[in-house]
Design a binder for this molecule. Structure first.
Ligand code: 4NP
Length: 158
């Protein structure tokens, strides 16, 4: 019997050193804990931090909640991501618009905002890089990622 391929999900923010690596690392752990088969990755629309590990402040917030982000490295989102992933999740509206700019012609991969899942009532995950609030961002991402995984497990996403 052939097994269905696990859904491939890409989380995207601006720098790929705060919000999207958190979404990636948290989702990987939550999926494993719930026995949900998914492949997750992260990328940033900007090129400033390519090759760098997640911001130390974000890593510290994640670590205190039980998530190890130290092995992740930043990369930039590219048009080929639209063919490699089944669902692309943007952290804010600006990221979503940047992704739409590089979408290959004819591609129909869904791009959704992370906070369209869960019950935060917000549209965007705030960018903590200049403003801080890393613990709040971690909790926001954790709640929405859990809700996204519930949708996947129920067969309602991607
Ligand atoms: P992120 O945060 O998009 O959540 O990774 C940022 C990280 C770096 C910069 C902006 C946002 N930056 O301008 O260098």
């Amino acid at each position: 019997m052939t097994r269905k391929q696990p859904p491939r999900i890409l989380f995207v923010c601006l720098g790929n050193i705060c919000r999207s690596p958190t979404a990636e690392g948290v989702s990987r752990v939550l999926a494993e804990q719930s026995g949900i088969d998914v492949l997750v990755d992260g990328a940033g629309t900007g090129a400033w931090h390519i090759g760098e590990p997640p911001d130390r402040r974000m890593q510290a917030a994640a670590r205190s909640a039980g998530y190890d982000l130290s092995g992740l490295r930043a990369r930039r989102s590219v048009p080929a991501d639209f063919d490699r992933f089944d669902l692309i999740i943007a952290m804010d509206e600006e990221n979503r618009q940047e992704l739409e700019r590089i979408r290959p012609a004819g591609n129909i991969t869904p791009v959704r905002l992370l906070l369209s899942y869960g019950s935060s009532g917000r549209r965007d995950v705030p960018d903590p890089y200049y403003e801080g609030g890393f613990d709040a961002v971690l909790r926001m991402i954790e709640e929405a990622a859990g809700a996204l995984l519930d949708e996947i497990a129920a067969g309602r996403a991607p």
